[in-house]
Design a protein around this ligand. Sequence first.
Ligand SMILES: *Cc1c(COP(=O)(O)O)cnc(C)c1O
Length: 390
Amino acid sequence: MIPYGRQDINEQDLQAVMEVLKSDFLTQGPKVPEFETQVAQKVGAKHALAVNSATSALHIACLALGLGEGDWLWTTPITFVASANCGRYCGAQVDFVDIDPITFNLSPKALAEKLTIAEAEGRLPKVVVVVHLCGQSCEMRDVHALSERYGFKVIEDASHAVGGKYLGEYIGNCRYSDITVFSFHPVKIITTAEGGMAVTNDDALAEKMHLFRSHGVTREPHLMTHEPDGPWYYQQVALGFNYRMTELQAALGSSQLTRLDRYVEQRNQLAQRYDEQLSSNGLIQTPSQQPGIVSARHLYVIRLELDEIKTSRKEVFEGLRRAGIGVNVHYIPVHTQPYYQDQGFKWGQYPNAERYYQEAISLPLYPQLTHDEQDFIVEQLRAQVTKHQG
Ligand SMILES: *Cc1c(COP(=O)(O)O)cnc(C)c1O
């Protein structure tokens, strides 16, 4: 089976992890701060906090922004459930903003409309989580302008987008947001097995996230209620978690990071090859790339022209799987999940997201995907969508 995504592990990665295993520190040593500094420098952020997943990063980001009971978190329905769940972890209510049908990202226009209504009803969001779907940045200038006007905080869920650029700068410099979050799950752009990172330019937010990722415990005298009792002393000043990244993961991450730009380049070249081979086909819509944006190309999502083809998405999907192609669907709209339906959400509320879901298929895309494999995928896809076409 050709998977839809997979990690690339080389000799340098193995060496880096082996060295840690033989060293004094498996956790809480020098490798995590090293990796944090490297990511911060790479993306142009002041602070970076490594954690054990992007989900944990989203959680401590929301906590640092003060999200809690009685607050609202808004996000897009077309994302992984974690972008919404982080609001629920904090006891906040979650609501959704429909997507833009061209970029598949949260629509700034729909956001503006929803904010107008929410202001009148006195239920403006405290936090909006935007997701750079497939690795392509949202229109951050528009989101930022709205955040200034309505006073909400912005988290960029850049789980798909490390190494991508917005208006010539790396995603993660937080020019238009408060905090940006990356995922290092194996299917993402670079990996630490499990792992994530939150980056910010705000000293106070960084300090809070630092506390929340490790039990709310500090050894910093300036954060304590009184002078330390002695050199052994620490204080728990908040209710935190154990969300720490290990030294093994950080060493792997540092090693992977040296290949980030190359990975993004390879992904873009493969995506362009898909574009060229599929765009002439009126039965398939290839993903659009917006000017001023370099997508990290985590996913290559095509949409089927369901009015034109004489088969169904399910049939196409199953046909490709039978041919050994590990296609996938990203994502099932979060508001249609039973957990969120129990919160009162219904099918029909976000028509652009729901329509996208009916039509979308993610084709395999990862740096070592060969041209031969790609040609085979294109050929099989063509055969599937032209079935019964006469
Ligand atoms: C993968 C992903 C996450 C969660 O990442 P983990 O590191 O697995 O916790 C969150 N949001 C989006 C959009 C993702 O794709």
